[in-house]
Design a protein around this ligand. Sequence first.
Ligand code: FES
Length: 305
Amino acid sequence: MQLVLAERTPVAEDTLRLRLAPASGQGLRPFAPGAHLALSFAGLERRYSLTSDPAGVDYYEIHVLRVRPSRGGSEYLHEQAQPGERMDAAGPFHAFALQEDAPRSVFIAGGIGITPFLTMMAALERRGRSFALHYAARRAERLLPLPPYRHGDVHRYSAADGVRLQVPELLAGLSPALPLYVCGPRGLIESVRQCAAALGWPAVRVRFESFGAAQRPGDRPVLVRLARSGLSIEVAPGRSILDALLENGVWTGYECRRGECASCVTEVLAGTPDHRDFCLTEAQRSHSLCTCVSWAQSAELVLDL
Ligand code: FES
């Protein structure tokens, strides 16, 4: 499917709302709340939660935060993409499902992690189902404006103003019987999962969606050697090992690109991985890594590819 960038609108600090219309003039597929789209532009593929009306077929909307340092996607969309540009798109994909009949739902959003919840909360609002949103950002200017909700309580947190989300206290007051959704940076998701585990909640009670690969301070280039094909690929920080493999014509499976599904798991024959996934056990991590998000502590990794 080809889409055309129709509008770009600043909606919060460092955040654009992009409206994408069908290039063919035909209608777009409706989607379920929480769905995302895979967009290809400037030689990159990135996934974004859909934030427009799920029933609408005239256009899709996404929100894009300008990330610093950027792996290329947010920088391109903020600095270079202009109305009229065509982009290939796949989806919508549904990997973060809403339980619409729950009597009450709780959402925890960190920064741009609010995006899948916009359509979820709208769906609950339409059904008259109660929900609470705990929405945290580094600065209040980064919080997206939200519509008034009749059935939802919204709690905003801004670290710069000293109003911090306290995950242990929040979870201690929740019932594990209600669905809890988390989306945001890795630290937030891990904090929620650890607190839930400490409270004895089954792991499946916490439904989460992460942001995927992100460069960390101190990341150094890694030389990835492929034992079977004999290829050697230098991967710079800010790119994922998976992207480097695919760009060099190496076939390897993948799906979520966020370290959640284990589709990209690859045997490590030598070197020390820096694991950044949410899905592998410690036993699996002892001999393999998720190429979509993980990095290396050593200068080289030898993979069984
Ligand atoms: S593609 Fe899902 S964990 Fe890597």
